[in-house]
Design a protein around this ligand. Structure first.
Ligand SMILES: [Ca+2]
Length: 418
């Protein structure tokens, strides 16, 4: 009974295998398709029932076509897994765009949480940066306001100062021509020519402010000679004032504006800086001969450049003694006083030798601040000197020295027209 069952089972299995083989190998011939061997496998019992042994050949099971898809799918799944892993890895390194508005929603995924933290850090940094930017912007605005206020204050101060100056002048000159002859109100009087422009025609002392950043000071104005409007910077007329002075005295000025004086290097600097100035030098010798020298351009630097002289564009009758020769040239020379040697004479101080403060070369062809002699003199030529004056070149060592009764230096804007 058992053997029969076994046979039936075998037959079914065999048939199934054959069917499967037939199906997977269409059109193929199956030679010895199933070489199954069955034989007696031991001793038989009393009833004659013998054990059977079945030998099966190595088995290859062909699966249905559809099952192939499984493998494909598996591969695809594997690939997908790899891609996802790669994506995850690359996403950990990736940088999120710094966008304030693009807020990311956070999940419980630890990896995503890590990325979320990074974004949070970035966002807080962005926030801080934008706050400090805003602060900087408001600070800049404040500063701008302050600058505007400051400049406005300066202008106001300046106007106040001018108004005070004006009213001071108006009070002082209640009898002068200011009120009746002022065709227009002018706040700034940089030099004498500005007073001339408002109708001032009297010689005298006026207050000028060539540089609003510096103080107003007095200057003697010649409103009558050569068209007027002249600011006088030096005058010699009677020898009442010594010009043998120190650096500081020449710096601030000395003498009497109504008589003999040196206006002061600081003031001369400011006046010559305020406009393009021309210089006029007038000389009168003991015989009463009058000559003049005009220079189209005149400028004196400040104390830091030792009041360096720039002078050019000569015309006149007295000769160009300031540019006498290559050897004697006062243009582009520094100011020297007996106590401050800025000259080009290496063996000594020209100012000390000639008792004067002047733009000495090594040493001079002109010196309008020399000693005032009332008559011709002998010896060291330390008197007022103008090297191109008639007769000077014929002077012998022991002959009398030429000198001057009156000298003055005055300046006026080059573009001034009376
Ligand atoms: Ca020297």
């Amino acid at each position: 009974m058992k053997s029969l069952l076994g046979l039936v089972t075998f037959a079914a299995l065999s048939a199934g295998l054959a069917a499967a083989q037939e199906e997977t190998v269409p059109g193929g011939t199956l030679v010895n398709a199933c070489p199954i061997k069955m034989k007696n496998g031991g001793k038989c019992d009393e009833n004659g029932n013998c054990p059977y042994q079945i030998t099966l050949p190595p088995m290859t099971i062909q699966l249905p076509k559809q099952l192939q898809l499984l493998e494909k799918t598996l591969k695809e799944v594997q690939n997908l897994k790899e891609i996802v892993n790669n994506l995850k890895e690359s996403c950990q390194d990736c940088k999120w765009p710094a966008d304030e508005t693009g807020k990311k929603e956070y999940t419980e995924d630890p990896e995503e949480r890590g990325q979320g933290n990074q974004i949070q850090d970035l966002q807080s940094k962005m926030k801080k940066m934008s706050i400090s930017l805003k602060n900087a912007r408001s600070q800049i605005t404040n500063l701008q306001d302050q600058i505007e206020k400051m400049s406005m204050n300066n202008v106001n101060d300046y106007i106040d100062e001018k108004m005070a100056n004006l009213s001071f002048n108006a009070d002082k000159c209640s009898n002068c021509q200011l009120k009746e002859s002022a065709p227009s109100i002018q706040l700034i009087f940089k030099d004498c020519s500005d007073y001339y422009k408002i109708g001032k025609r009297l010689n005298g002392i006026y207050h000028v402010t060539p540089d609003p950043k510096n103080k107003t000071f007095e200057v003697f104005c010649d409103m009558e000679s050569m068209g007027g409007g002249w600011s006088v910077v030096q005058r010699r007329m009677d020898g009442s004032v010594s010009f043998n002075r120190t650096w500081v005295e020449y710096k601030i000025g000395f003498g009497n504006l109504s008589g003999e004086f040196w206006l002061g290097n600081d003031k001369i600097h400011l006046l010559s800086k305020s406009s393009n100035m021309m210089l006029r030098i007038e000389l009168e010798d003991l015989k009463g001969i009058k000559e003049y020298a005009n220079y189209e351009q005149f400028y004196v630097g400040n104390e830091y450049v030792k009041y360096k002289l720039s002078v050019s564009g000569y015309s006149g009758t007295a000769g160009d003694a300031l540019h006498f020769s290559k050897q004697y040239n006062h243009d582009q020379r520094f100011f020297t006083t007996p106590d401050k040697d800025n000259d080009r004479y290496p063996s000594g101080n020209c100012g000390a030798y000639y008792s004067s403060g002047w733009w000495f070369d090594a040493c001079m062809s002109a010196n309008l601040n020399g000693k005032y002699y009332e008559k011709e003199y002998k010896g060291v030529r330390n008197g007022i000197f103008w090297g191109t004056w008639q007769g000077v070149s014929e002077e012998q060592l022991n002959s009398f020295r030429q000198t001057f009764k009156a000298v003055r230096m005055m300046i006026r804007p080059k573009d001034f027209s009376p």
